[in-house]
Design a protein around this ligand. Structure first.
Ligand code: DC
Length: 221
């Protein structure tokens, strides 16, 4: 088997983070959730009252952003200006802000530089939108995890309700479709399915089936 570097890409809500956590435990490798970094950057812009699509405004802070990824009991925690914002970045209003800010080239260059440093030479699983296509193009194991937008919206509604948010299905579906559009249509490093990725459509699969499919691909190489 080659060194385990697993790139998981795909649209919002396709189940990448659940899959990544399980793979990280199963193979005892580092898990880097790259979306958390874009979310924290969006939170910084919101704190500074800078429009998340204003490239000039965002450029004023991006190079010096105090953003750190730490692993506590093997779990990723995201720190912004010294504060653990791991929960705050999951709030629904941060999702759209993250999608917007992630379209800016200055943001992507900074995040990708940090991601390559964190992944370094270690065995790891990364999830995001451009991992196999841009961040780690030489990753030996690439998967594109997807699901229909209705299935993804249903999953997101369930997750948000469990976390105490009051949400409407139609609004969440519209947001997911808008984020898909943003992620696939930005100019720099958009969401694409890497040519050499295995596509896993999770719409009608259980999480166990998804893990089984990915593990057997990994183990046969
Ligand atoms: O995976 P997520 O929903 O936490 O990601 C938040 C946003 O960040 C998402 O709208 C797209 C963006 N993102 C990105 O552009 N590239 C990545 N590698 C990870 C996330």
């Amino acid at each position: 088997m080659k060194k385990l570097v697993i790139a998981l890409d795909g649209p919002s809500g396709s189940g990448k983070s659940t899959v990544a956590k399980i793979l990280s435990d199963k193979y005892d490798i580092l898990y880097l959730d790259t979306g958390a970094m874009y979310r924290a950057t969006a939170l910084k812009a919101l704190k500074l009252d800078i429009d998340t699509l204003d490239e000039k405004g965002v450029a004023t802070f991006i190079d010096n952003i105090d953003l750190e990824i730490k692993y506590i009991n093997k779990t990723q925690h995201t720190f912004l200006d010294g504060e653990d914002v791991s929960l705050k970045i999951r709030e629904p209003h941060v999702s759209m802000a993250a999608s917007n800010i992630s379209s800016l080239k200055c943001v992507r260059l900074k995040m990708v530089e940090m991601q390559r440093k964190i992944a370094g030479d270690t065995a790891c699983v990364l999830d995001g939108r451009d991992i196999g296509s841009y961040v780690l193009p030489n990753a030996p194991y690439k998967f594109y995890i997807t699901a229909s937008s209705t299935v993804r919206a249903n999953r997101r509604v369930k997750e948000l309700i469990e976390r105490g948010f009051d949400v409407e299905f139609d609004k969440i579906l519209a947001e997911i479709e808008q984020r898909d559009y943003n992620d696939k249509n930005r100019d720099f490093s958009p969401l694409v399915c890497p040519k050499d990725a295995v596509i896993v459509d999770t719409s009608d699969m259980t999480i166990e089936q998804v893990i089984e499919t990915i593990s057997s691909e990994i183990e046969k190489k």
